[in-house]
Design a protein around this ligand. Structure first.
Ligand code: FRU
Length: 502
């Protein structure tokens, strides 16, 4: 017979156990993102081999399990059915005699062109040879392939590796492969120091160089890395997008993702313009590329960090998370095509509760007084008929704050993390961060994705995008919108989200 006292003891034990579990659980650490993928432990950088098959989005990533700083690269592996809930799986690719496993891509070989089996998942990656590097050799980066017949669980490396040997160029890496239907061949887009090489192949094993692009075009403040090439349609017209990540040389310092729009004929990429455009102006969206095998839907994901400080951000068991998955689209301003990004609609699956309001005069609008304090991730959406200067301030009870807003004089959206908590690990972390406004309309819409350690701003239907991480000493709880210019919010929604890890 259980007495009342025993029940109380049992209840106390259960409460203690639950709270201690939530304190020590793999995803409950300080600064741990709740709606973004991060590895349980160890170091992560670029997303790799993103491919969709049999209802699952596969995410591989640059991974070093033995430390929280960059080291010998493996491909980590996670899967999701909805781009929001991720399951971390065992490591997919380990370093081998040809080197460690740098960035690359994966495809589903539907027609068995490589002979590894119908629908084989084939990874195309760079082997980076650190031993040869120490000896001063140049040919340290070579492209190799591996295949999996069980959805990425186990892999066989191709005996004939490397499939694209190094011609004597130090930075020669990050192959992104896609199927080019008009000529029924594979195209490899490769980052080569300060330009892109395009290769083609009928079987993923034998590659022919087609052309080069970009030596004198676009941004060149750093090394070109992690490219991607794909078509998007605009009112039925096919426009090709070439993504080129670059480090350093980004618009807010350090790493960033530039892109070009243009034509691709299976051999040559011809850009529409030669100036530089960025997918995301913020400091913390790097090495982003898109999923393969998703049909007309193009889904992009980046590494939510920056090589300026990635190795020293104040997290303990792990370092770095990815951005929210984003749907890419084209918009036209004048004669120019711009690539817009917005969070994927699947983020709605985390919906907990929403506060909605209309026609708010945002001289000082205390959002959390109405909607409830921030207690984890949230999405703030607002629209206005007339954009004026405003600030959205996230703050905690120890006087730290992050300010996101719009400066009308400069016509820029911005993030100010100068008082956001721990910032002294890098001299530039507290610097002003901005993204120009590209839309010329009077009205606007804004979506702000807020997690424990990041904000992602999508303004004007995703034309102006900015991602920034931050590390407050205790999580931000309050959200206030202020405007000295008398900004009127036509409609506002503040959505509390559930953690994706529960
Ligand atoms: C980009 C990058 C890639 C490389 C990988 C190494 O962040 O430098 O060019 O393949 O990281 O981890």
């Amino acid at each position: 017979m259980i007495t009342k006292a025993k029940w109380l003891l049992l209840a106390a034990f259960v409460i203690c156990f639950q709270s201690s579990r939530s304190q020590t659980g793999a995803y409950a650490d300080k600064h741990r993102p709740q709606i973004h993928f991060s590895p349980k432990k160890g170091w992560m950088n670029d997303p790799n081999g993103m491919v969709y098959t049999n209802g699952k989005y596969h995410l591989f990533y640059q991974y070093y399990p033995d430390s929280t700083v960059w080291g010998p690269m493996h491909w980590g592996h996670a899967v999701s059915t909805d781009l929001v809930h991720w399951e971390e799986l065992p490591i997919a690719l380990y370093p081998d005699a040809l080197g460690t496993i740098f960035s690359g891509s994966a495809v589903i070989d539907k027609n068995n062109t490589a002979g590894f089996g119908e629908n084989a998942m084939v990874a195309i990656y760079t082997n980076h040879n650190h031993a040869m590097e120490k000896d001063g050799f140049d040919k340290i980066e070579n492209q190799s392939i591996a295949y999996s017949l069980d959805e990425g669980k186990t892999w066989t490396k191709y005996k004939g590796n490397p499939v694209v040997p190094n011609p004597g160029i130090r930075d020669f890496r990050d192959p992104k492969v896609s199927w080019y239907e008009p000529a029924k061949k594979w195209i490899m887009t490769l980052a080569v120091t300060d330009h892109i090489d395009f290769y083609s192949s009928s079987d993923l094993k034998n590659w022919t160089k087609e052309s080069e692009f970009g030596k004198d075009i676009g941004a060149h403040g750093g090394v070109w890395e992690c490219p991607d090439l794909f078509p998007l349609s605009y009112n039925g017209e096919e426009i090709w997008v070439l993504i080129v990540n670059i480090n350093p040389g980004g618009p807010n310092g350090g790493s960033a993702t530039q892109y070009f729009t243009g034509k691709f004929d299976g051999h040559v990429f011809t850009p529409n313009e030669t100036d530089t455009k960025w997918i995301d102006y913020g400091p913390d969206d790097y090495a982003g590329i898109t999923w393969s095998n998703t049909g007309d839907r193009k889904i992009f994901l980046g590494w939510m960090s920056n090589w300026m400080y990635a190795n020293i951000v104040p997290t303990e068991k792990w370092r770095s998370a990815n951005t929210i998955a984003r749907a890419l689209a084209l918009q036209k301003t004048g004669n120019t095509y711009l690539v817009s990004s917005l969070p994927v609609k699947e983020l709605d699956t985390l919906h907990a509760n929403t506060y909605e309001a209309k026609n708010i005069k945002a001289k000082k609008a205390d959002i959390t007084a109405k909607a409830g304090k921030l207690n984890g991730p949230a999405i703030l959406k607002l629209s206005t008929d007339e954009l004026k200067g405003f600030n959205i301030t996230l703050s905690n009870n120890v006087g730290e704050k992050l300010v996101i807003g719009y400066n009308k004089t400069a016509n820029q959206y911005f993030v100010d993390r100068s008082q956001s908590g721990k910032i002294d690990f890098h001299k530039d972390f507290g610097k002003h961060i901005m993204v120009p406004r590209f839309s010329a309309t009077k009205n606007t819409d804004i979506t702000l994705v807020i997690d424990n350690a990041s904000v992602e701003l999508f303004a004007d239907k995703g034309l102006s995008v900015l991602t920034a991480v931050f590390f407050p000493s205790s999580d931000f709880t309050d959200v206030i919108i202020t405007s000295t210019e008398g900004f009127v919010i036509k409609s506002l929604s503040f959505e509390h989200l559930n953690s994706a890890w529960k």
